[in-house]
Write a protein that binds this ligand. Structure first.
Ligand SMILES: [Zn+2]
Length: 349
């Protein structure tokens, strides 16, 4: 088997409160869906470990880590207007980070090619010293640090297709070139960052690529942006591993999002990043669950991604042809070209 998921019951125990959209049922439904035989037969299951204090310090301040540590065993603690903990949130959070490390180890040892870390709480809004937007520790940022610090990677590509901009991830690497952050996101929208003009600074100039999109974009718009921007930039960058902040709040039925992406469209995005990983980095690909608040959308989209990676694509052949041949004339593409052609002349072609 070439694909593994990282799962654990602890991820169902983080509970930010009744009526919170980022609820345990999200992941319970995904686990249930993936245990069905049409998917389960292709998937190996890995268990997470706990990330250590020292590892968390790669991306967070010691003071902030201690603040989260102190929530352990406590009833509801409100960290920001959207983000709260329950007694087992800390354990879930350090294992959500450790899930990344276990996944990367398996990938770099060649035991599997693709790993999908199916974890809660999510991570991409978490800042260095602040919980935010349902996120405690920045799972994907810490995965990038692990690849660089422990596995000898020189260049890490992060693809963030969550509906929201991953502010925490962007700021973690804003002045570095060893991590390239690419994000598509609804804009203007929460958290407010992610303008196309945010392109990195210092050594990191050109290594942040933001593609803000208006509400209403669907499969073809996302496919167009991935083909016209992500593929040429990533091919020029030549990453040693690809990490995906996989949020499914881009699903057409998501209660928090305004996008129109279908599970078939999501499968096509997975197909493109897989293709990139094969071309650039021996297929090394780690996906991590971020947002997604429709239970149906989560089940259908995660299953679509796993089946795509397992070589059992759900994309009908006429749709595939349409994705391959159609490019939507998006206004934002000209702006991206203008802003990035000095860094990535490939985007002009
Ligand atoms: Zn999101």
């Amino acid at each position: 088997m070439n694909i593994a998921i990282v799962k654990d019951e602890i991820f169902l125990k983080h509970n930010p409160g009744e009526y919170h959209p980022e609820r345990p049922e999200r992941l319970a439904k995904i686990y249930e869906r993936l245990s069905q035989p049409d998917v389960a037969e292709y998937v190996k299951v890995l268990r997470p470990r706990e990330a250590t204090f020292e590892e968390l310090c790669w991306n967070h301040t010691p003071e902030y880590i201690k603040t989260i540590q102190q929530t352990a065993g406590q009833n509801h603690i409100q960290l920001d207007p959207d983000t709260a903990t329950s007694p087992e949130s800390y354990e879930a959070a350090i294992k959500a980070v450790g899930a990344q490390f276990v996944g990367l180890e398996a990938i770099f040892k060649g035991e599997v090619q693709d790993v999908f870390a199916l974890v809660r709480p999510p991570g991409h809004h978490a800042e260095r010293d602040r919980a935010m937007g349902f996120c405690l520790f920045n799972n994907v940022a810490l995965a990038a640090h692990y690849a660089l610090n422990r596995l000898g990677a020189q260049r890490v590509l992060i693809v963030d297709w969550d509906l929201h901009h991953g502010n925490g991830t962007q700021w973690s690497f804003y002045n570095r070139k060893d991590v390239l952050y690419f994000s598509t996101h609804q804009f203007p929208y929460y958290p407010g960052t992610g303008r196309a003009e945010e392109v990195g600074e210092g050594e990191g100039l050109g290594y942040t690529v933001n593609v803000p999109l208006p509400a209403g974009c669907g499969d073809l718009e996302y496919a167009t942006v991935f083909k016209k921007v992500l593929l040429p930039v990533a091919r020029a960058y030549k990453p040693d591993v690809i990490l995906v902040s996989a949020g499914f709040d881009i699903y057409f039925g998501d209660p928090l999002g305004g996008m129109q992406v279908t599970p078939v469209g999501v499968a096509y995005l997975a197909r493109l990043v897989k293709k990139l990983a094969r071309e650039c980095c021996h297929g090394r690909l780690l996906l991590t669950l971020e947002g997604g608040y429709s239970l149906q959308g989560l089940c259908d989209c995660v299953a679509a991604v796993v089946l795509e990676l397992a070589g059992r694509s759900i994309i009908p052949s006429d749709k595939l042809e349409e994705f391959e041949e159609t490019a939507r004339p998006l206004e934002i593409l000209n702006k991206i070209r203008m802003l990035h052609e000095k860094f990535w002349p490939e985007v002009s072609s």
